[in-house]
Design a protein around this ligand. Structure first.
Ligand code: RB5
Length: 148
């Protein structure tokens, strides 16, 4: 799996642990920055990662900011993206199984690097269940086609 990773200054604290965890999981990481804790604008990084996933340059994405929320708002503006902000293990599994989420968003001011690694591992290893959930994901695509 090829995974796009992006962050702003608020998520930079998590990036090293996220990349280390992805490497352990056998993923190929494409790092879209930022590369320091200097203040930057999260929409820039979210759009780059969202396009890498939507254009199928990467299979999945991980976006990190202070809360994960700004990144998710931006990423979900790109057609084909289903970005989920996570801070609990139940949702980490469920959003892959049910929503087929393709971008994970985490907050550097919300979760510790250790919890981020745990959430990422659960999210990355869970599988989409299809069936009735496929119908609902198709409905999301229809809504995108009508509105984006
Ligand atoms: C940056 O201060 C902060 O607004 C950003 O990291 C993020 O939390 C936005 O949602």
């Amino acid at each position: 799996m090829k995974v796009a990773v992006g962050c702003d200054h608020g998520g930079f604290v998590l990036k090293e642990k996220i990349i280390e965890t992805l490497n352990k999981l056998g993923a190929e990481v494409v790092d879209f920055g930022t590369n320091s804790s200097e203040s930057v604008d999260y929409p820039v990084f979210a759009e780059k990662v969202a396009h890498a996933v939507a254009d199928k340059v990467c299979d999945l994405g991980v976006l990190l900011c202070g809360t994960g929320i700004g990144m998710s708002i931006v990423a979900n503006k790109v057609k084909g993206i289903r970005a989920a902000v996570l801070s609990d293990v139940f949702s980490a599994k469920a959003t892959r199984q049910h929503n087929d989420s393709n971008i994970l968003c985490l907050g550097g001011r919300v979760v510790t690097p250790e919890d981020a690694a745990k959430l990422l591992t659960i999210w990355y290893t869970a599988e989409f269940e299809g069936g009735r959930h496929q119908k609902r994901v198709d409905m999301i695509s229809d809504i995108e086609n009508r509105n984006l």
